[in-house]
Design a protein around this ligand. Structure first.
Ligand SMILES: *Cc1c(COP(=O)(O)O)cnc(C)c1O
Length: 484
């Protein structure tokens, strides 16, 4: 065990310092009626500190947070965009935030109505009419959809269909969800163009095929332009197509996966629809499916009747996947976002997300190697050039140097199909000036990398914690405020 005290303020503790003082009478009042065996014999070993020092400590800590509200955050496959503050205010309104999930349906018609309308809006946006808002995250949506698929197969007596095909450019959660849902994963190759190879797909489809999971746009930031053919091939083989829609920011308002033949997909409300992603906060990963799969959706579903909204269990429901009604306040933000932007506004989200990513790609392609250098969607993948690699520079060094220059690094070493990948997603909410400052930093780093400047391997030097052994930092954390 690490001997360092697991504390924040102990180093600043001085005997007798207090933020507030209690009297014997206060303590007697507070402990009145408690069984004597439950009372402390000695005071707890808490830091002793004055109020101003305490305030400064926590304020300093809060300023060390890196956030979209302080800096540019081009983390690929994460859509770290600005989420309008007005949606936070709406979600915090007591009429929403004060609801209890066990209140009877008659008392919460407004909330049920919001869910019903949001389901309709997401159905409209995806071209898939049946929606559940329950899953708590993208990966949870994947699992839920695969359980729906399994129930559908079981109902038809097609239990021999156990294989799910997944392109090698898919998000890592896809194979994990398959395994969890009891399916077997078979990987499909990408072609030289970075898209799913149709010949490989044809060769691997068969009587054991339950379906295909495809991330579109894929994790190279490319739109799978053969998506309609891919769907037709899978359907001919008797399977269903699941589309990972976490990257919906790139196509929202422009393309509807249901129209291309996709049977099921999830959306990350905590990416595309105005809930901050990251930081471990609550998320929401609704799934949208075809009419044929509606009876299998989780319970309960909000249904509209003449006398109002009611909660019902679909006929062949897979059951509950989440307590109560999902993360309701995330749904409120999404609703407010969709209603405020409308159809045209949502389309502009995708147009500007794609424009910003292509701007970065074109500005940087003479300085970095961009392996798939066609028009990209909302993100693109770059990597160090051969000269940089020969100079001993790795993508990790680039990421650390970016931190030093004031930027959150892009996603690195993912997708796996590109060695030393640097995957940047600028999102639609950034100004040209911000993008230009990032381009300038990346060009500066490219120059340093070509000459093998030692500043890269040493970065970051201006942060509270410099480069750590990332494996050990997890297993043997030093949590004290002032180590040494
Ligand atoms: C973010 C993401 C996921 C997983 O979403 P979580 O909410 O983190 O579970 C799945 N697929 C893709 C393509 C993603 O970008």
């Amino acid at each position: 065990m690490n001997q360092t005290p697991v504390s924040l303020l102990f180093e600043d503790s001085r005997p007798g310092r207090r933020c507030t003082r209690t009297t014997g009478a206060d303590r007697a009042r507070a402990s009145a009626g408690l069984p004597s065996g439950e009372l402390r014999a000695a005071p707890p070993a808490l830091p002793e500190i004055g109020e101003l020092d305490l305030v400064r400590h926590f304020t300093r800590l809060s300023q060390r947070n890196y956030a979209i509200s302080t800096h540019f955050y081009p983390l690929g496959s994460c859509t770290m965009k600005y989420n309008p503050q007005v949606n936070e205010a709406i979600a915090a309104a007591p009429g929403w935030s004060g609801l209890h999930p066990l209140q009877p349906e008659g008392e919460v018609q407004g909330a049920l109505g919001l869910m019903h309308q949001l389901q309709a809006d997401l159905a409209e946006a995806t071209g898939l009419p049946a929606v559940t808002l329950h899953p708590a995250a993208g990966a949870h949506g994947e699992l839920t959809a695969l359980l729906v698929l399994r129930a559908w197969l079981q109902e038809r007596g097609e239990t021999a269909r156990r294989t799910i095909l997944i392109p090698d450019s898919a998000h890592g959660t896809n194979p994990a969800s398959c395994t969890l849902a009891g399916f077997k994963v078979v990987t499909l190759k990408s072609g030289d163009d970075g898209l799913t190879d149709l010949d490989d797909l044809r060769a691997k489809l068969g009587d054991d095929t339950a379906g295909l999971m495809i991330t579109n746009p894929n994790t190279l930031g490319l739109f799978e332009e053969n998506i309609d053919q891919i769907c037709a091939l899978v359907h001919q083989a008797g399977g269903k197509v699941y589309m990972d829609g976490a990257n919906f920011n790139a196509i929202v308002g422009i393309a509807r996966p249901g129209d291309a033949g996709v049977d099921m997909m999830h959306l990350n409300l905590h990416k595309t629809f105005s809930t901050p992603h990251g930081g471990g906060g609550p998320g929401s990963g609704p799934i949208c499916v075809t009419e044929e799969l509606r009876p299998y959706l989780p319970t309960p579903q909000v249904v509209e009747h003449q006398e109002g909204y009611q909660l019902e269990t679909p006929a062949k429901s897979i059951g509950r996947v989440r307590a109560y009604h999902g993360n309701f306040l995330v749904l409120v933000r999404a609703y407010a976002y969709v209603k405020r932007l409308g159809r045209e506004g949502l389309r502009r989200v995708a147009e500007n997300a794609v424009l910003n990513a292509n701007y970065l790609r074109v500005e940087l392609r003479d300085h970095w190697r961009v392996p798939y250098d066609g028009i990209c969607m909302h993100e693109f993948v770059a990597r160090p050039t051969k000269t940089m690699r020969d100079a001993g520079v790795h993508t990790l060094d680039v990421a650390k140097r970016l931190i030093e220059l004031g930027f959150h690094p892009p996603t690195v070493y993912f997708p796996l199909v590109v060695n030393e990948a640097i995957m940047a997603e600028p999102t639609e909410t950034e100004s040209k000036e911000t993008l230009d400052s990032y381009v300038a930093a990346m060009i500066q780093i490219a120059e340093e990398a070509r000459r093998g400047d030692p500043v890269l391997a040493a970065a970051p030097q201006n942060t509270p914690v410099s480069r750590v052994d990332e494996a050990r930092a997890v297993k043997d954390p030093r949590l004290c405020f002032r180590c040494g």
